[in-house]
Design a protein around this ligand. Sequence first.
Ligand SMILES: Cc1cc2nc3c(=O)[nH]c(=O)nc-3n(C[C@H](O)[C@H](O)[C@H](O)COP(=O)(O)OP(=O)(O)OC[C@H]3O[C@@H](n4cnc5c(N)ncnc54)[C@H](O)[C@@H]3O)c2cc1C
Length: 245
Amino acid sequence: MTDTSTETAVRFRSDMTVELVKHNAADSDVLWAARVSTAGEQSIDELAKDPERSKGLINFLMRDRHGSPFEHNSMTFLISAPIFVFREFMRHRVGWSYNEESGRYRELQPVFYVPDESRKLVQEGRPGKYVFVEGTPAQQELTGRVMQDSYRQAYEAYQEMLAAGVAREVARSVLPVGLYSSMYATCNARSLMHFIGLRTQHELAKVPSFPQREIEMVGEKMEAEWAKLMPLTHAAFNANGRIAP
Ligand SMILES: Cc1cc2nc3c(=O)[nH]c(=O)nc-3n(C[C@H](O)[C@H](O)[C@H](O)COP(=O)(O)OP(=O)(O)OC[C@H]3O[C@@H](n4cnc5c(N)ncnc54)[C@H](O)[C@@H]3O)c2cc1C
């Protein structure tokens, strides 16, 4: 039996959202930390006096991989993405704190991922040396249709169990990894650079990575926010091959 109220409630999305909700991060934090041993508390005042020297110091720290001065800052992001993205995301253990919405304490909302036409669907080549290509219109139509049907069916099963009094933490087992979730992720510039280096592709990367497109979409948005806060650090990251110090 089809539950029409559930039918209308189900939503499909193709985007990832990233909101910078809190931050305490500036290039001066890096310089302050790097200079404290010689200049002490006065170092913050000195930053504005000699911008070229400040830029040079950040570049030197990045190039020679003196990483700890890049840790004295904090950014908290609110991220909305499918569960399979978070599963990859939470492999990043060092310099990250996470809190994700609960499937035990609240009813999960029927919002599911369906790739849009910009998402290349077909993998070609051998493992470790492959490319993604668009796929035919038939493959695109099939993907959208099958995903939507499957999501609807899964969410109806979830609803059926909840209606029968089954606990949320048990009923959620039937929901797929394409379900959207949300989390706060807090990091510092060093841990973010490590994440971005692995989870984005970029022409300046000395060591290319091959991330899944959906986590890359999240990484690109986080990088854009970070670049506004710490432009000198971001420029030095790019200039040194996008390898975290
Ligand atoms: C393209 C791509 C494909 C991937 N495919 C797979 C896959 O098929 N299967 C899979 O399981 N994972 C996969 N991963 C996840 C990957 O193996 C890492 O778990 C993930 O990228 C996090 O990296 P990390 O451990 O360097 O980060 P973090 O956990 O943030 O660690 C940062 C750094 O701290 C140090 N460190 C952290 N923990 C330890 C430790 N226990 N011992 C020693 N040093 C430590 C290391 O220097 C590490 O680089 C993939 C990742 C990418 C980017």
